[in-house]
Design a protein around this ligand. Structure first.
Ligand code: MTE
Ligand code: MO
Length: 425
């Protein structure tokens, strides 16, 4: 046994044949008569339904949906949160990718949409979507996370909510597009250019300043999301992808890139994301989404059906590159075991971790902690709170962001009845 409270070696599942494999049996329904003869259910007795041109999940899966903060589309921000507890693997299906949109989703005609590159360049350029698509395309797995994701963790008392409400503002997709460096090469960067102002074509024309170094490193103008064109809410027909950086900078419905010699100090960079810290100072810029992990299975809403074997699994990701290691505890931090990472592990993308666990039915506290390949380690909640503060009264409005960039751990208490509850440990 690798650690306390029933955590098993991460490869125990793979060992096969031995006593552990035997321990994992017994979950099938065993009825000798039924095993000999299957009856034909209604769906086996007639011709099946028409296969549609564009498929949607089974009607039985209709609960697998995003939660909306503004379901009537009133004139304020809309948040759609990803149900991580109902998904598995490492990328988010397009219909469930989280969305934050400050003025809805513009209905852009791709035939007339234009992207302009101008300012401190040798020659200003205008691109149509067709033109962009003729440059060499690259496909990369990357997460996008709002700086306000997990903000309920700044509550001085643990909010009674699950992984969707707490961590639903992060998703991961395979983005296909043109490296921004390719387009900038063609425009020719004036040596005086140090920043790029990126602007969207939604009615608020959201704009953010991006350092040239990031633009030349791994920034992309994305046009495909998990193989199909971007979803309207995620920036159709083109968006900026800045791997590992704050979601707000990854401008959707991208229409302008202006090369300049200083940041624009636009609304979001000067106000929302330059929040005041407990000591009265503020970060002028904080672009990174630091190393983080959380357990998705089990988590609140997924009740354990009696003692026995379970897989603990979750997501880890970091602006610092690939996830190198995830440790899991089943005794509130007294002992830890290393989880297995689903291969391949992509840089600045979701890594799925898994570890087998034998629950004996007693109350336990589960938590995960991640390391990235650059050596960054997920801080404790106390460390995050020391830097960024916490609320004085419990948070009740989960849409409020008391602070930004929470990357500490999340603790799930499993009670004797199998229910899972959010606690601080
Ligand atoms: N033009 C534009 N870009 C935008 C936004 C917006 O409202 N308008 N929202 C930003 C915010 S706050 C975040 S967190 C990310 C979310 O990306 P997603 O909606 O594709 O998940 O997009 C960013 N890009
Ligand atoms: Mo955001």
């Amino acid at each position: 046994m690798a650690a306390g409270n029933g955590l098993l070696h991460r490869r125990a599942f793979l060992a096969g044949g031995g006593t552990l494999a035997a321990a994992f049996t017994g979950y099938a329904l065993s009825d000798t008569a039924a095993a000999q003869q299957l009856t034909d259910d209604s769906w086996s007795r007639g011709r099946g339904a028409l296969i549609p041109e564009y498929a949607s999940p089974s009607a039985f899966e209709k609960g697998v949906a995003r939660t909306l903060s503004n379901p009537r589309g009133e004139p304020r921000t809309q948040h759609a949160r990803t149900p991580h507890h109902l998904l598995n693997g490492t990328f988010t299906p397009n219909g469930l990718h989280f969305v934050i949109s400050h003025s809805g989703a513009p209905d852009i005609d791709p035939a007339t949409h234009r992207l302009v590159i101008h300012g401190l360049v040798r020659r200003p350029l205008v691109f149509s979507l067709d033109a962009i698509t003729r440059y060499p395309l690259v496909s990369r797995m990357h997460f996008v996370e709002c700086g306000g994701n997990s903000a309920p963790m700044f509550s001085n008392e643990p909010v009674q909510a699950g992984v969707q409400a707490i961590h639903g503002l992060v998703s991961c997709a395979e983005w296909t597009g043109v490296m921004l460096s390719t387009l900038l090469d063609e425009a020719g960067i004036d040596p005086g250019a140090t920043w790029i102002i990126a602007e969207g074509s939604d009615s608020m024309a959201l704009s953010r300043s991006v350092p040239i170094a990031k633009a030349l490193d791994d920034a992309m103008v994305a046009i495909y999301q998990n193989g199909e064109r971007l979803m309207p809410g995620n920036g159709y027909p083109m968006r900026l992808v800045l791997p590992g950086w704050e979601g707000n900078m990854q401008v959707k419905w991208l229409r302008r890139l202006e090369l300049v010699d200083q940041p624009a100090m636009s609304y979001y960079e000067a106000r929302t994301y330059a929040q005041v810290l407990p000591d009265g100072t503020a970060y002028q810029f904080y672009f990174l989404q630091d190393v983080k992990s959380f357990i998705t299975h089990p988590s609140p809403g997924l009740r354990l059906n009696g003692p026995g074997f379970y897989e603990i699994s979750g997501l880890a990701y970091s602006a610092g590159g690939r996830i190198a290691k995830v440790m899991v505890t089943a005794d509130g931090g007294k002992s830890w075991a290393e989880a297995a990472l689903q291969e391949p592990v992509h840089a600045k993308a979701f890594a799925r971790f898994r570890i087998p666990w034998r629950w004996d039915g007693s109350p336990v506290v589960l938590q995960s902690r991640a390391w990235d390949e650059a050596g960054h380690v997920q801080p404790t909640r106390a460390e995050v709170v020391a830097r960024r503060g916490q609320t004085k009264a419990p948070v009740t409005n989960l849409a409020a962001f008391p602070s930004q960039h929470y990357n500490g751990p999340t603790s799930w208490a499993v009670e004797t009845d199998g229910n899972v509850r959010h606690v601080y440990a």
